[in-house]
Design a protein around this ligand. Structure first.
Ligand code: S3P
Length: 172
């Protein structure tokens, strides 16, 4: 095991944070979450940032943070916001930051996990099922391209997911 970071990407509700915390414990790594870092750096919730400054400003904050991470962070599991890989620059920076794992979930599982949430600005509105479906169709090809490895998480325990990450990292 080298000290290369492990970067988790995936859609909202794919388990990047919850898997990431457990993964960090299993690897004896640190853990960071880019949404939480942005919230603490700017002293505002993601929803407030979207409302007050707009999505484009949030995306710039993500890129600035990622540049800082590439320079300073080691031996860390990095959970990212679901939109992080969407621009090409971020996608490159993610690969520079570490081994990128895409936690993939089906539309149905995603809907079950996040349809009740009120803190995700991109899901504001009534027809969450359609919105989730459309965003997943747009984004999954981008996540595939941005990742070194894909893990299908539907019906898997944290333990199984962590084992899969370990196996992938060990054979690299
Ligand atoms: C976003 C996902 C969110 C957060 C923001 C935008 C997205 O993070 O960064 O609301 O574009 O998918 P999670 O994936 O942790 O919910």
């Amino acid at each position: 095991m080298d000290n290369k970071n492990i970067v988790l990407i995936g859609f909202m509700g794919s388990g990047k944070t919850s898997v990431g915390i457990k993964l960090a414990r299993a690897f004896d790594y640190n853990f960071i979450d880019t949404d939480l870092l942005i919230e603490s750096d700017y002293g505002a919730s993601i929803s407030n940032i979207f409302n007050e400054k707009g999505e484009a400003a949030f995306r710039e904050m993500e890129t600035a943070l990622l540049k800082r991470i590439v320079k300073t962070v080691k031996s860390t599991v990095i959970a990212t916001g679901g939109g992080m890989p969407l621009n090409k620059e971020n996608s490159k920076l993610l690969k520079m930051a570490g081994t990128v794992i895409f936690l993939r979930a089906s539309k149905e599982t995603t809907y079950l996990r996040i349809s009740g949430d009120t803190n995700r600005p991109l899901l504001a509105g009534d027809d969450k099922s359609t919105r989730i479906g459309e965003l997943i169709d747009q984004r999954y090809p981008i996540y595939v391209e941005a990742s070194d490895h894909i893990i299908d998480t539907d019906n898997k325990s944290f333990y199984e997911i962590i084992k899969e990450v370990e196996q992938f990292i060990l054979i690299r």
